[in-house]
Ligand binder design. Sequence first.
Ligand code: NAD
Ligand code: IPM
Ligand code: MN
Length: 329
Amino acid sequence: MRVAVLPGDGIGPEVIGAAVAALRELAPELELVHGDVGLECHSRRGEYLPDETMELVKGSDAVLFGAVSTPLSAEGYRSPILTMRRELDLYANLRPVRNLAPGLGLLDLDVIIVRENTEGMYTGDESVDEEGVTLSRRVSRRACERICRFARDIGESSGRGRLTCVHKANVLRRSDGLFRDVFYETVRGSALRCDEMLVDAAAAELVVRPDALDVIVTLNLYGDILSDEAAALAGGLGTAPSANIGDRHALFEPVHGSAPDIAGRDLANPSAALLSAAMMLDHLRMPEPAAALRSAVSGTVADGGRTRDLGGELGTEEFASLVVSRLRS
Ligand code: NAD
Ligand code: IPM
Ligand code: MN
């Protein structure tokens, strides 16, 4: 099986380097093919997402992506990750958030955020006039149906108890109202306890009653914001993985960005990238190596192996070597 590896910018290459080392140890049969993407790629070859990379991605069984930096000003720029989500029709963004080890993070959390990944506020359809800018926000029945179905299936297959639809239908009455209606149609008859919460209240609930939330299904931008919040509460952005899933393709990436403030200094926590690689192994129907990787990461942290963001002293490479040694033993 072939995996397209796109490290990208900033800490992307550092954390993906750790994930590649773990994959070489765990699954040497995987063919890992590197591809170019992002701001650095643009400065070298004038493109943020070369056709060659898109072909590699389309011809692979999965994609492992680091992060890219956004240029400060570039007319008509669209983030390569958004282009890939759209072009590969990766409609479901799956973001499980939980503490890497007991006692780590501001509070205990175990939630799965299922984020609509193709439309909502992310249409990029902005029209400018003399007075300002108007964004055309899209909520389609089809996108609502498939993301709600995906969330219901994830909730049921992972033995969860509650599925909460997070929206802002009190204000966005037609668009978020459609999402809410489709949610209740889709989950009819499910054994899950299905309910709803307004997004502002859900942001507070995550902090005040984190136990109450279990699986969340939500629109694109709300999912983006809630997943950074949840990750920060549970231990930090360096620990949160994600999967972008479609019917034909799948891309795995940490929730965090390219972190230019710490890039190139061996300071990044590679856990989010390692756990994204574990989600990829599961997707490739390799559950044993996936479980081994998860337990090597959490075991390393539980034994006190910590990068600076978690209050420790380890560099990215030292942490990654500890994980790889655990995989060997
Ligand atoms: P960020 O997620 O890169 O960083 C936010 C904060 O978290 C920073 O202080 C950073 O040092 C810290 N952090 C992030 N990952 C960490 C890790 N693995 N270990 C330790 N600390 C970590 O978000 P930002 O600063 O808002 O964005 C930086 C750049 O990344 C921007 O250009 C943004 O557009 C881009 N971005 C890209 C993606 C992506 O490509 N998927 C995602 C988010 C942001
Ligand atoms: C994420 C990121 C992206 C998003 C950016 C980089 C376009 O923040 O994956 O969470 O907003 O989806
Ligand atoms: Mn984000």
